[in-house]
Design a protein around this ligand. Structure first.
Ligand code: MF3
Ligand code: CO
Length: 239
């Protein structure tokens, strides 16, 4: 899981470096996939439920599951959520960041910072003896306190040999509820945050999930290991 997490994080870092004005999300997908394959890994999203890309690239009001496309060209002021899963030797790392293309508006900057901070508020709660609800509540409390909306239709999850395992890790809930966290568990914590509503729509491509009012949305995700002490973030480029 440590090696898979590192590979997923390196791939995400590479996506961030290449996410500049003028590039298409199809080209980003190709670059990331070539890298993962060159390291002996592969991208389990390809073909998952029929998903056509290797990774998800979601621009501006697109929250998750954006399909890589030659027609989707990044431009100055955009944001792009790159959600990258890498499988290596039978284990998976899952991580996401929303990157800025050049200079973005102050409003959008604030949304990104709130979403990333909410992820770390959740990670802080990912300790032995706590329950999943402690993570969920920390994320929700921070996001709503910042004036944004947590999406409830899509949630975080256990991750391991499969991309999606138990337990479910919602970005909303009550402290002290849900499954207890036990050392050795690996989970993906992934706040999905909308600017103006918790509602989403799915586009006619049957994949792309967008902010229901067409405003901005952000997504940050790490794969975490529950330990005897502090949570260990597995999706870092090196340990
Ligand atoms: N990586 C996503 C997650 O965080 C799932 C991707 S959906 C797929 O759970 F269809 F692209 F695989
Ligand atoms: Co995930």
């Amino acid at each position: 899981m440590i090696k898979a997490g590192e590979l997923a994080a390196q791939a995400l870092e590479l996506a961030g470096k290449n996410a500049v004005a003028g590039i298409s999300t199809w080209e980003l997908d190709r670059i990331v996939n070539d890298f993962i394959v060159s390291k002996g890994g592969h991208s389990p999203c390809k073909g998952y439920g029929g998903f056509p890309g290797h990774n998800c690239f979601s621009v501006n009001e697109e929250l998750i599951h954006g399909i890589p496309s030659k027609k989707k060209i990044l431009k100055e002021g955009d944001i792009i959520s790159c959600d990258i899963v890498a499988e290596l030797d039978g284990y998976m790392g899952d991580n996401t960041k929303t990157f800025r293309i050049g200079t973005i508006s102050d409003e959008t900057e604030r949304l990104l910072q709130a979403t990333e901070t909410a992820l770390y508020k959740g990670i802080e709660q990912a300790v032995k003896g706590n329950r999943v609800g402690d993570i969920s509540n920390a994320v929700q409390t921070y996001v709503e306190g910042a004036g944004y909306c947590v999406v409830k239709k899509y949630i975080g999850h256990g991750v391991g040999r499969e991309m999606h395992e138990d337990p479910e890790v919602p970005n909303f809930g009550k402290p002290g509820r849900g499954p207890r966290l036990i050392p050795g568990m690996t989970i993906a914590i992934e706040p999905m945050v909308n600017q103006t509503t918790d509602q989403v729509k799915v586009l006619s491509d049957n994949w792309t999930v967008v902010e229901a009012n067409g405003k901005m949305s952000a997504h940050f995700e790490h794969t975490i290991l529950i330990t005897e002490s502090k949570p260990m973030i597995l999706t870092l480029p090196s340990h």
